[in-house]
Ligand binder design. Structure first.
Ligand code: NAD
Ligand code: GLY
Length: 361
């Protein structure tokens, strides 16, 4: 097992990464009150709920659970309210802990419930998808969707501890594993070209689910995220670099309709567009773009999106949270492993980069 810390002063917390982690031992110091509400969904709960309930019972805790239906479409106010119903009807108090057992959807919802129930209770993340292990469980962004926008209602809520158990990835569908690898590749492209070389050596084994290599990939990814979050918790600057590929990706996701492409798949093609534009701006070489596409393809991720009318693509991009004072800012690459956030790019070159990485209509 490896341990990393997110250094946030008094709110500093560990991320435990390994296989067959022992929740009884690892959670003991972090469950501060007596009551624990485990929030999960109807896919993950049958697989892993009992294991965590037993560990918490062994610690002498009072354990209840709230099992939500599985899916991004339920990440909304109505289903958030079911968590509050469960907390209130079980008589949970201000010392209670909400434990998220699931992927990013469950982590974001349970975290927001923990941030707002009785103005804030303790929170623990047990991420069970690769995407949630390398991204959403770390850094404290929580929230729900609104019919008018994804993740538009939320709060920052850092957990007490994160347990990332590679053994739980065994049951994850291969497409979800690849979607998580998109975010892993993102860390390499934005900040660590040596990690990119490592990924190129091991990507086939990662896709095949090698637990030792996955643990190393999660560790290296979380180390990047933890460092950035420690410097810029509330995204005043550097944290926006974590959105490499996301502005293009959100346009793809929004146009296709949520759930048609997974978030990681859209981010993958978005990173190709960002690399292509960085090349058109003279920052990356064509070989760098080819290298970006190659690692994405080897992770079983798409490098082109379906044909999307340019005006619609641009309209979806303009709804991005990185639009400041009406001006679009993009995360691009000055070189492989060195991302920047910039508003200084030729819009025509951006349009060329979008069109070049779509299927023909
Ligand atoms: P998800 O939570 O929908 O999980 C994907 C699928 O895998 C679901 O069907 C889930 O039930 C299933 N699953 C989860 N763990 C499993 C396991 N071990 N075995 C078998 N099946 C399992 O999706 P995700 O990709 O984990 O997260 C996406 C969500 O995360 C989005 O809502 C996105 O907005 C959010 N997100 C948040 C942040 C953040 O910083 N808070 C960052 C990135 C993404
Ligand atoms: N997923 C981007 C962030 O946490 O900032």
């Amino acid at each position: 097992m490896q341990t990393l810390y997110v250094e946030l002063g008094a709110r500093r917390y560990p991320i435990y990464i390994g296989s067959q982690l022992d929740p009884e031992q690892l959670l003991a110091p972090y469950v501060l009150g007596k009551q624990v509400m485990i929030v999960s969904n109807d896919t993950v709960a049958p697989l892993y709920l009992q294991h965590y309930e037993q560990a918490l019972h062994n610690l002498g805790k009072t354990v209840a659970h709230c099992i939500l239906p599985d899916g991004e479409q339920y990440k909304n106010i109505e289903h958030l309210n079911l968590i509050f119903d469960a907390l209130l009807s079980s008589g949970f108090n201000r010392d209670c802990t909400v434990l998220a057992l699931g992927g990013g959807v469950i982590g974001d919802m349970a975290g927001f419930a923990a941030a707002s129930f009785q103005r804030g209770v303790y929170f623990i993340q047990v991420p069970t998808t690769l995407l949630s292990q390398v991204d959403s469980s770390v850094g404290g962004k929580t929230g729900i969707n609104h019919p008018l926008g994804k993740n538009m209602i939320g709060a920052f809520k850092q957990p007490q501890v994160v347990l990332a158990d590679m053994a739980q990835l065994k049951t994850l569908p291969p497409r979800e594993l690849s979607a998580g690898l998109a975010e892993v590749i993102k860390y390499a492209l934005l900040g660590d070209v040596e990690f990119l070389t490592w990924l190129e050596q091991h990507i086939d084994a990662l896709v095949a689910g090698d637990e030792t290599l996955l643990a190393e990939a999660v560790y290296r990814s979380c180390a990047h995220k933890a460092r950035i979050v420690a410097n810029d918790e509330k995204e005043q600057g550097e944290r926006a670099l974590l959105n490499l590929g996301h502005t293009f990706g959100h346009a793809i996701e929004s146009y296709l309709g949520y759930g048609v492409w997974l978030h990681g798949e859209a981010v993958a093609t978005g990173m190709v567009m960002a690399a292509d534009l960085s090349c058109r701006l003279g920052w990356l070489s064509e070989a760098d773009v080819a290298r970006t596409k190659n690692i994405i393809q080897r992770a079983k991720l798409p490098i082109k999106c379906p044909a999307i009318p340019l005006d619609e693509f641009l309209s979806f991009m303009s709804h991005d949270k990185k639009v400041l004072n009406g001006q679009l800012r993009l995360v691009l690459m000055r070189q492989l492993g060195q991302a920047i956030i910039t508003k200084d790019f030729d819009v025509e070159l951006m349009q060329q980069a979008i069109l070049a990485n779509q299927e023909k209509a």
